[in-house]
Design a binder for this molecule. Structure first.
Ligand code: C2O
Ligand code: CU
Length: 479
């Protein structure tokens, strides 16, 4: 029987959303039935109680208009293919923008000042209007003076539902990991230094999850838990793992994978990991831990509490597959992306991109240049004249990028507007998966492929923000 639109809409309420224990199919409204989500995001100064006994630490945050906000990062939740109209209101003292990290959207909505839009000046508004093509766990953040704005907490979470409609989880837990730049008295500490920017980056002193130091969350005993881990830190590369339960990786950067058992997973800045685990008996705990440093860090703990759920034998959830275009690997042209230290000489001056407005601007100018892609450092004068593209891709064609890290530090490599398929690593230990950001370790070569199906000038950059703002950034043109 074919259901009409009315029947589906009428039926959805009757059948009850999100009920369906034990794998019963249930109907959710189809994507086109979901009305657009209209929100206001006010970028403003805020303060967070980070150090016990000290005054709250000043920072930045988005306030979600008209909705209760639990913690420093607002959470927007959409259905796949739903339309979002988000109006940024800038109540900061400097200009800003919103970049929707990992979302394949039209170029004009990508939130990169000078490249895709004018900066949004204090007191101004800008409305981002797009539909979300892919399910999963995403985030959003400013894209200028990012060391300072994201470093002070200006970020939010975007969850696109629709990948688990037929098998809902009993709990859906967010773990947004970020270190804050704070001293022992709760005062702001420096966000950057030349010593940090030229090496692994500058680290914050207070590690938090959802803005809280080592929080505990309650999960139903015996329940199926989805744990969404987001690294929104400016700098820190983590090696996340769980103690107290087995977990299966079910999505990377929001993109569903054929589940694999988690040992640990390197999660660089901007990278996300969705896990499925089965909560134990009442009173048991599961700990999310970062094993990267010599001293493991406890990030958050899940505590099983309340009535136990009777669930069938555990099986990792395969989420509904992504709808990302599949690159043609036979026909794909291969382009190098060599990540290196800059030569030390002044970055190349550029002729600029005709047709784009020029601005003189004191923000977004890094005083130092330490890094480059393909020997080309993002010029400090980019606000005056954008540099020429690193590569020009033909619309609709498939490409491979060979990302070679010649440095002594890992670099999370991010491409805007497209989803990359990781093919292989020279170290031989990366499973194939879709992503928007891939961590390329010291002396490693990672090959990715994608279909250049989104026209425009797109950023590529390291997501260690100090590296991005001191040269390791460029433009890839799709035309
Ligand atoms: Cu998450 Cu170019 O950014
Ligand atoms: Cu880097």
């Amino acid at each position: 029987m074919r259901l009409t639109r009315r029947a589906l809409l009428g039926g959805a309420g009757v059948l009850g959303l999100g009920a369906a224990a034990g794998g019963t199919r249930h109907l959710l409204p189809p994507a086109w039935a979901a009305p657009a989500l209209d929100v206001t995001l006010e970028a403003r100064a805020t303060a967070l109680p980070l150090v016990a006994g000290a005054a709250p630490t000043p920072g930045f945050g988005y306030r979600l208009g008209g909705a209760a906000q639990d913690g420093p990062y607002p959470v927007l939740r959409l259905r796949q293919h739903q339309r979002l109209r988000a109006t940024l209101l800038n109540s900061l003292a400097e200009h800003t923008s919103v970049h929707w990290h990992g979302i394949r959207l039209p170029h004009a909505m990508d939130g990169v000042p000078w490249l895709t839009q004018d900066p949004v000046h204090p007191g101004e508004r800008f409305t981002y209007d797009f539909t979300v093509p892919d399910t999963g766990t995403f985030f959003f953040h400013p894209h200028c003076d990012t060391v300072s704005q994201l470093g002070r907490g200006l970020a939010g979470v975007l969850i696109v539902d629709g990948d688990a409609d037929n098998a809902p989880f009993d709990a859906d837990i967010l773990a947004v990991v970020k270190d804050w730049y704070v001293d022992a008295a709760g005062n702001p500490a420096p966000l950057t230094s030349a010593a940090g920017a030229s090496k692994a980056g500058t680290f914050g002193a207070v590690a938090t999850v959802n803005g809280i130091v080592a929080p505990d969350y309650t999960v139903p005993p015996g329940g199926d838990v989805r744990l969404r881990v987001l690294n929104i830190d400016n700098t820190r590369v983590m090696q996340v793992g769980l103690e107290g339960a087995e977990a299966w990786v079910i999505a990377v950067d929001g993109n569903p994978v054929e589940p694999w058992l988690l040992k640990t997973w390197r999660l660089g800045p901007a990278m996300r990991l969705d896990l499925h685990l089965r909560a134990g008996a009442a009173g048991s705990t599961v700990t999310l831990t970062d094993w990267f440093a010599a001293q493991p860090r406890r990030l958050a703990r899940l505590r099983a509490q309340g009535p136990a759920l009777a669930r069938p034998a555990f099986a990792p959830r395969a989420l509904r597959a992504a709808e990302v275009p599949v690159p043609d690997l036979e026909q794909a042209e291969t382009l190098p992306m060599v990540l290196s230290a800059s030569s030390g000489a002044a970055p190349p001056t550029s002729p600029g991109v005709p047709g784009l407005p020029n601005y003189a601007d004191a923000l977004c100018l890094s005083a130092d240049t330490f890094w480059a892609i393909n020997q080309q450092a993002w010029p400090p004068t980019a606000a005056l004249a954008l540099p020429p593209p690193l590569a020009t891709l033909k619309l609709g064609r498939s490409y491979k990028l060979e990302i070679l890290n010649t440095t002594q530090f890992p670099h999370p490599f991010h491409l805007h507007g497209h989803t990359m398929l990781v093919l292989e690593s020279s170290r031989g230990d990366l499973p194939q998966h879709l992503c928007d950001t891939v961590l390329v370790r010291q002396r490693e070569r990672v090959t990715v492929a994608f279909v250049a199906d989104n026209p425009g000038d797109w950023m590529v950059h390291c997501h260690i923000i100090e590296h991005q703002e001191t040269g390791m950034m460029g433009i890839v043109r799709v035309a």
